[in-house]
Ligand binder design. Sequence first.
Ligand code: CP
Length: 291
Amino acid sequence: MKHLLSMCDLPKDDIYAILDMAESFQKGNGWSPPKATFAVNLFFEPSTRTRTSFEVAERKLGLDVVPFETAHSSILKGETLEDTIKTLEAIGVDVVVIRHKEERYYEALKDRVNAKLINAGDGCGQHPTQSLLDLYTIRQEFGGFSGLNITIIGDLSHSRVAKSNSEALSALGANVFYSGPREWFFGDAENYIDIDHAMEISDVVMLLRIQHERHENTSRLTAEEYHELYGLTLKREKRMKKGSIIMHPGPVNRDVEIAGRLVECNRSRIFRQMQNGVYTRMAVLRKILEK
Ligand code: CP
């Protein structure tokens, strides 16, 4: 595997290999990368979870992490992303993790750079490592994917998490449903269900925040109205299936897409997802660096 750019081009065998490696890291097994392997994290959009968990994963593996602040780089002097990566390569960087607001920014780079690229989110496109950590969390809970009902709820059309997960979960045999405001639907409408129906049939209820930064117009609804119509309220949680779980990629907007008190409830796996992000990113780095 040269790069990890999208769940659309990650074969099932590679997905399972990454999940197995993540499990091995979680059990405390180690792996040593080739000596003097350098990684850099280029984040052109804000991030708390992805950036810090990549850095922790890199350090746990013993990679040398090169500090890089996009806001203080020569990109501000007109250097292109491609020239930035070629510069880092020339200096000795082996792995470049990138988050960028432009969808599919990596298409122009993937055959033109020698460094290994990991997409940490491209606009409304893909977020493959979030999807892998979500898959890891679901497998940890249910042992597999086949026949599970998973409903993704919220700002679907702007969500790279929804797109990456929808692709991967369907390929692995889960039944993926969607819910939320109709204007944010993507793809074909046959798997759209009412949120109250979702509570009754779903093994996994996956909430998404409203990505205001990607909206051209402000929402027609207040936060309270959105919560009542499309959010996981305290009342709705009571109607969830026995054994079902709540997931959310974060950041969470409490009392909008999910009642604040449910973030830490027994069904919630939100903080476990974050812990699993470190093991999963260690596994991705190993997969990409192993000969
Ligand atoms: N889930 C996720 O991508 O979170 P951050 O934006 O904080 O990295």
